[in-house]
Design a protein around this ligand. Structure first.
Ligand code: SF4
Length: 277
């Protein structure tokens, strides 16, 4: 379930073939299907902050002093991922082989949330969605919609900049077999909480897949059952944050047409329209 190696989720709600659901709402033309929140506080505009978690970040230190806790390059919290990291370091010492830092301006209103680095992608290059197939559709779309500038060359030295969004992963280290365990997702969630807390103007999150969707809800202490993942849906979370769902931009999903460029662009443009309203 990494940037490159995503396979269909065992979650039956995310089974292939589940696509955008028709709606009489005119917003459906853009791929959006907003679900009203049952929380009465949703209309108050009160901002939700990530829930405190005593098992939050304990390793590493500030990515940028005074701004956010981020894992150190040798974060020890997930033994299986540490062992895989060490094996990758031995085999490919020139690769990044560590937790992949989030990328983009912290004052952006939008966070794109992926799953985990691909072994030959972000784990190799050190930049999210860079170095393997998964970045092509993501960055091509962000460039098309003015959320980035420059040219994406699948190289962290390509000079491309993110201008309107930041990108993070729910799990920062590459997992063996492309699949993080539930425990690893929970453990790294402390760093996601810190990431969210350090984005003062955050108003929307684009979740790439069910794992990212549920990790975002976990970070805010919202039960996953309350907002089910569905491609093309924009959820209004309590306190105003918008959570937009898209199938992951992996090679598997795009090659099987589970996610087409048109579907992804519709999901991105719908969220951007809501953020601009
Ligand atoms: S996945 Fe996250 S919590 Fe686990 S070792 Fe990597 S940085 Fe640390």
């Amino acid at each position: 379930m990494t940037e490159e190696g995503l396979r269909p989720s065992p979650d039956p709600k995310a089974a292939p073939g589940e696509g955008l659901r028709p709606s009489p709402d005119p917003k459906a033309a853009s791929g959006e299907r907003l679900r009203p929140s049952p929380d009465p506080k949703a209309a108050s505009g009160e901002r939700l902050r990530p829930s405190p978690d005593p098992s939050g970040p304990r390793a590493g230190g500030p990515l940028e002093p005074g701004t956010v806790a981020a894992p150190g390059h040798d974060c020890p919290l997930c033994p299986r991922l540490v062992a895989y990291r060490e094996a990758n370091r031995a085999a490919n010492p020139a690769w990044h082989n560590g937790p992949v830092p989030s990328w983009g301006p912290r004052d952006a209103p939008l966070l794109v949330l992926g799953l985990a680095p691909g072994v030959r992608g972000a784990n190799r290059t050190g930049r999210p969605f860079t170095g393997d197939y998964a970045g092509r559709l993501l960055y091509g779309t962000l460039l098309k919609f003015g959320q980035a500038r420059g040219q994406f060359l699948e190289d962290p030295n390509d000079g491309m900049e993110l201008t309107g969004c930041r990108i993070a992963n729910a799990v920062r280290c590459v997992p063996p077999g492309n699949l993080p365990t539930p425990a690893e997702i929970r453990t790294c969630n402390g760093f996601l909480k810190a990431e969210l807390a350090a984005m003062p103007r955050l108003r929307g999150v684009l979740a790439l897949g069910t794992v990212a969707h549920n990790a975002l809800l976990r970070a805010y202490g919202i039960p996953a059952a309350r907002f089910a993942f569905a491609h093309g849906t924009i959820h209004a979370l309590p306190h105003g944050l918008l959570l937009a769902d898209s199938y992951h931009v992996s090679r598997y999903n795009t090659s099987t047409k589970r996610l087409t460029p048109e579907m992804f662009e519709a999901a991105v443009s719908a969220l951007l329209a809501r953020l601009a309203a």
